[in-house]
Design a protein around this ligand. Structure first.
Ligand SMILES: [Zn+2]
Ligand SMILES: [Zn+2]
Length: 298
């Protein structure tokens, strides 16, 4: 079942016709008490309903929080989340933390998330340095390598993948439903953001996809951090693109080309039509491979 959350759309229409871009969330009932909420503007969200426990995976960011809260409440029949799980520290996944904490939720994340939210570093890709966040945003339940979710009434597990997208990514695996929320370990059909300033590496990202591909099958459904609900074939396509793209850039580096020369040759040109998007363009993907291989930014 796929439906548009109509309340939020109505709200935006009242504000201004130009607010269409903020309109509502696409709400997808995945069955077995799991629902995906997506607005294509910030990280995809999931709701897990387990009796008294309502788990929200990622919290998006302003200005979407009132719409997100309304969509969550529509799904749960008015019950606020009791637990937030952050897949990682990026703003489009955590800037709603304080909003949902104020409604009563605890916040669970990998332990590196707390440190990165409190002490942000500049991104050399964008030039931006996020504002440090205060305690209202910080996780209070810290995960190391893995944690079972049984204490929250859910048969499932969070698993840490080091040095992939960042150094603090967890996925949420629900084996009974065969659903995995990948966070930003999956940009489905899109060049991935690999945050080299926050502990991410291309090798680690490929290794994470490899490992997840190995313990899932064709029936598993994957909620991507960005992009549509996905299958294992989408993970395989992302991994294969990264392996091939990295090899092409590495060969040019080996031949003595600098970044400007490699951008000029555009070794990813045949990937462009399928994978290029607004944030991680083909040029930024080449930059990422080059910096990952050489440690240089030019
Ligand atoms: Zn994201
Ligand atoms: Zn991210």
């Amino acid at each position: 079942m796929l439906r548009i959350f109509t309340t939020a759309i109505t709200t935006s229409l009242v504000l201004a016709a130009g607010a269409f871009a903020q309109a509502g969330f696409e709400v997808t009932d995945l069955g077995d008490d799991v629902t995906m909420l997506a607005n294509a503007r910030a990280g995809n969200v999931a709701v897990i309903q387990a009796g008294e426990n309502i788990i929200l995976i990622d919290t998006q960011m302003p200005p979407f929080l009132d719409d997100l809260e309304a969509a969550v409440m529509e799904v749960t029949g008015g019950e606020a989340p009791t637990l937030v799980i952050n897949t990682h520290f990026h703003g489009d996944h955590v800037l709603g933390n304080a909003h949902f904490r104020a409604l009563g939720a605890g916040i669970l994340a990998h332990r590196n998330v707390a440190e990165r939210l409190a002490n942000p570093v500049q991104s050399q890709l964008t030039g931006n340095t996020p504002e440090p966040l205060d305690e209202a945003f910080l996780p209070d339940i810290l995960v190391g390598e893995a944690m079972m979710l049984s204490r929250f009434g859910v048969t499932g597990e969070v698993l840490h993948f080091a040095n992939a997208h960042t150094d603090g990514d967890i996925i949420v695996a629900l084996p009974g439903q065969k659903i995995i929320h990948m966070g930003d370990l999956l940009f489905s059909g899109l060049f991935p953001f690999i945050d080299l300033d926050a502990g991410g590496t291309v090798e680690g990202y490929i290794a994470a996809l490899d490992e997840i591909i190995a313990f899932t099958d064709d029936e598993t459904r994957f909620i991507a951090g960005h992009g549509p609900l996905s299958t294992r074939d989408d993970l395989i396509a992302s991994r294969d693109m990264l392996i091939e793209g990295r090899a092409r850039v590495a060969a040019l580096v080996e031949d003595g080309h600098d970044l400007a020369a490699i951008q000029e040759q555009n070794p990813l040109s045949d990937f462009h039509d399928d994978w290029n998007w607004g944030f991680i363009t083909t040029e930024r993907m080449i930059w990422t491979f080059y910096r990952d291989i050489t440690g240089l930014t030019q």
